[in-house]
Design a protein around this ligand. Structure first.
Ligand code: PMV
Length: 314
């Protein structure tokens, strides 16, 4: 029997980087882009093959290195399900931009884990899926906070604190709001940027701890603004968070240009999202102006703009 599973992309709204150092962060799923994993039976004794269609790559599980992320996700899941390696072909496809802060790695792993669990007839809880994907994230990123696997596996807005109990992640969205996600077109591997922040933190611990505290305070205020549906306050908090990310040294001239263009076009607030030094920025906009603002961002150099609506999930 064939099965298919999918997982959304995500953006971090507040708190990136500081979240690695124990402060809270807020992230939301982006359902307009998704990763899918399809499992089809293969001839007896052919083993398990993973076909990554975007990367034009085919991986035989039996000979894949331990740190190959897709193979690792598969092995962790088969171990957890306590089932032998099935004879199957797993085809992975994703419309989530790679290395741009939208969680493509975690989404691909999540789709793969869900598909395997459903293929085996033992569906896993969102929390169990998140925990398995976290193990794969460690291979991608070194010291991930765990926010990507959490928001993607739960597929709902989350208020996340590293190592906090999963039941506390749920976030109330008092009123829906519209976000534009604009890509600089510059890929930015999370591991490299997180490594640079770590080096800077090691050199200037006191200064960085203060910046992380300030970001943490913004996240808590943003949580309240989201709960009460105060989009004006949310926009200002995005602006403040962006300024602190500049101070952390993770913005770039292209990110700043897009942030400035969004603000000049009337966005309620704008900031970089994710690791920074490339990747995406986000702008909080009034829905009726979303198309117009999308054009403004493209004129300012955005390689692609995704519009998403953030709302309470059931
Ligand atoms: O670039 P992204 O969205 O995959 O995430 C990076 C978020 C960081 O806070 C910089 C790192 C982390 O593990 O949380």
């Amino acid at each position: 029997m064939s099965v298919i599973a999918s997982a959304p992309g995500k953006v971090i709204l507040f708190g990136e980087h500081a979240v690695v150092y124990g402060r809270p962060a807020i992230a939301v799923p982006v359902t307009q882009v998704r990763a899918t994993a399809a499992i089809d039976p293969a001839p007896p004794d052919s083993g398990l093959t993973i076909v990554a269609s975007n990367l034009k790559k085919s991986i035989a599980l039996s000979s894949a290195p331990e740190d190959e992320p897709l193979a690792a996700a598969t092995r962790f899941t088969l171990d957890r399900l306590a089932i032998p390696v099935p004879d199957v072909i797993i085809t992975i496809h994703s419309t989530i931009p790679i290395a741009s802060g939208m969680g493509s790695g975690a989404a691909v792993s999540t789709a793969l884990v869900c598909a395997l669990a459903s293929f085996s007839g033992s569906p896993l809880s969102a929390q169990e899926i998140s925990a398995l994907v976290f193990e794969v994230e460690k291979i991608h990123h070194g010291t991930p906070s765990g926010i990507d696997n959490t928001v993607i596996a739960h597929e709902q807005p989350v208020y996340f604190v590293r190592q906090q109990l999963p039941k506390k992640v749920r976030l109330t969205v008092g009123a829906p709001f519209t976000l534009l996600i604009a890509d600089t077109g510059q890929s930015s591997p999370t591991k490299r940027v997180v490594g640079r922040v770590r080096q800077a933190w090691q050199r200037q611990k006191a200064r960085y701890e203060v910046l992380f505290d300030q970001i943490g305070d913004i996240v808590d205020e943003a949580r309240r603004a989201m709960e009460t549906g105060d989009s004006k306050a949310l926009g200002s908090l995005m602006d403040e968070n962006h300024d602190l990310l500049i101070e952390l040294g993770v913005s770039s001239s292209k990110l700043n240009k897009l942030v400035d263009a969004a603000r000049a076009a009337g966005a309620l607030g704008a900031k970089l999202s994710g690791a920074g030094q490339g990747g995406n920025m986000i702008a909080l906009v009034e829905e009726e102006f979303a198309d117009e603002m999308t054009e403004e961002l493209k004129e300012a150099g955005a390689a692609r703009v995704i519009c998403t609506r953030v709302q309470q999930q059931n």
